[in-house]
Each structure stands twice: as C-alpha cells, then as structure tokens.
Ligand binder design. Structure first.
Ligand code: B1M
Length: 211
C-alpha cells in the first residue's frame, strides 16, 4: 500500500511531522493499526537498522528516525489496544542499565496498557537498584525488562539477582524481551517469561497475572 511505503520512507528520513500526518491518514482510511505499525513504521526502522549496521547511516540519522517512530506509534496507541480481555494488574517496566533503546519498550507499554494493565515505566538505563526500589514502592505482579544490546542483556541477570538479594524475587514474575533475547537466555538467568514482541508480551503478562 502506497501510504505505508510513504510512512516507511519518511521515517527513514526522520521526518516526524510527515510521519504523524501519514499515520493519521492511514488510521482515517481504516488501515489496521498492526499493518501501519509493522508494514509502515517498523519496516522503515528495519531499513535504517540495516543501513546503520553497514555504516551507511550514523547515530544522528537513527536518532531522528527513532523520534519519528515514537511520534507515529504514539498516534497508534489507542488503536493498538485490543478489544479482548481487560485485566487488572501492575507492571514495572524499563530498559536495563546501559541501554538507551526505548521504542520496543514503549510498544510493550502501549500493548500492556491496552490490556488494562497499569504500567509504571521507569524509562531507559534503569539500574537493578531502581527496579528493586520500584517493586518495593509499587508492589507490581510483574517486572518487565527490555534490552537491545548484547552488551546490556546480562544486566537482566543482575536485576533477577538483585530481586533475590532483596528478598522480593518470589513476589514478582520477571518478563524479559528485546532483539538479542532468547528463551534459553531467559531460562539461564532464572527469569519467568520471554516473549518475542510487544503483543506477545501483553498476552504473556495477562497469562502470568491470571494464572
Ligand atoms: Co542502536 N543498536 N545502538 N540505536 N539500534 C541496534 C540495537 C543494533 C542491532 C544496530 C545494528 O548494529 N544493526 C546494534 C546492537 C548490536 C548488538 O548489540 N549486537 C545497536 C548499537 C550497536 C547501538 C550503539 C552501541 C551504537 C553506537 O553508539 N555506536 C548505541 C548504544 C546506545 C545505548 O543504548 N547505550 C545505539 C544507539 C541507538 C540510538 C540511540 C541511535 C537509537 C535508539 C533510539 C531510541 O530507542 N529512542 C538506536 C536504534 C533506533 C537502533 C535500531 C536501528 C532500531 C531499534 C528499534 O527501535 N527497533 C537497532 C537495529 C534494529 O533493531 N534493526 C539498533 C524497532 C523496535 C520496535 O524493535 O526494540 O527490537 P525492538 O522491540 C521489539 C522486540 O525486540 C520486542 O518487542 C518489539 C516488537 O514488538 N521487545 C520486547 C522489546 N523489548 C521487549 C520486552 C519484552 C518483550 C518484548 O518483555 C518485557
């Protein structure tokens, strides 16, 4: 669909204003939010990611593309909320220490909120100590951790260990996700659930809360 290709193209150029306008138009045309996200916004971000890897673009270009992505996903938020199960529950969410990637985490938050969960988003570069403090303060059923770098994924184990050391590991389920994360990594660090995308994360959270 031409409009989705345009969203992808403008996102790659970091044109947040145009991305927002086109995402709104696509919503108005009745294109499903999932297609706008996956075939428009995420398509553009994946192309930028490939160019970044091949050193064809650099951090500034990726940053402005990420801003355009966040602007577009914000508009999609009410439409991504699925009409299905509404649950009550609390999740403490964050990107682990040393890691500044927040687009995937923000999608996880939106999808979880869409399921009726209260999400306390601690942001990016969140230390294990901050996660422990947030669990003590907010008493969530779930701690959800995101990491995009192979150099920061081990911080997830630090969080699991810190929860154990604080004597509160058994009070929460730990969910993890992000591009380098796998089920075997999840098992190896003693986390409770790995999911590969934001929609699966929100379904998984409901599963853990209602189990
Ligand atoms: Co970064 N970066 N980056 N980057 N960046 C990657 C991750 C990289 C793969 C690019 C590459 O080389 N191809 C690479 C990592 C390599 C590795 O570790 N093996 C990389 C690198 C190296 C770096 C820097 C080190 C670059 C540098 O400075 N030299 C640096 C590190 C900074 C830091 O964090 N300390 C860096 C910086 C940046 C920017 C700041 C410029 C920017 C981030 C801006 C922002 O987030 N606000 C950025 C971006 C945008 C990317 C790419 C291009 C896109 C990431 C993204 O947002 N994807 C990325 C390449 C790529 O992924 N193709 C790359 C879209 C998003 C929807 O997907 O976040 O994977 P994702 O989320 C998915 C799933 O993973 C999952 O759900 C989402 C889909 O529904 N998910 C969860 C995520 N969290 C979850 C939690 C869950 C469950 C599912 O449960 C709790």
């Amino acid at each position: 669909m031409a409009i989705l290709e345009d969203i992808s193209a403008f996102l790659q150029k970091g044109k947040a204003k145009e991305v927002k306008e086109l995402v709104q138009q696509a919503i108005d045309q009745g294109i499903p939010a999932k297609s706008i996200l996956e075939d428009g916004l995420m398509n553009g971000m994946n192309i930028i990611g490939g160019k970044f890897k091949r050193n064809e673009v650099y951090v500034p270009e990726v940053l402005i593309a990420a801003r355009a992505m966040n602007a577009g996903t914000a508009l999609l938020k009410p439409h991504l909320a699925t009409a299905g199960v509404k649950a009550t529950g609390k999740v403490v969410l964050g990107t682990v220490k040393g890691d500044l990637h927040d687009i995937g985490k923000n999608l996880v938050r939106m999808m979880m909120e869409g399921k009726g969960l209260e999400v306390i988003d601690l942001g990016v570069d969140v230390s294990a100590e901050k996660f422990v403090a947030a669990v003590n303060e907010h008493k969530p059923q779930i701690v959800a951790l995101s990491a995009l770098l192979t150099t920061t994924m081990n911080e997830m184990k630090t969080v699991v260990d810190a929860l154990t050391a604080a004597g509160i590991r058994k009070t929460v389920k730990v969910m993890i996700g992000g591009a380098p994360i796998t089920q075997s990594f999840c098992t190896s660090i003693g986390a409770d659930m790995y999911t590969s995308d934001a929609a699966a994360a929100s379904d998984g959270a409901i599963e853990l809360i209602t189990a």
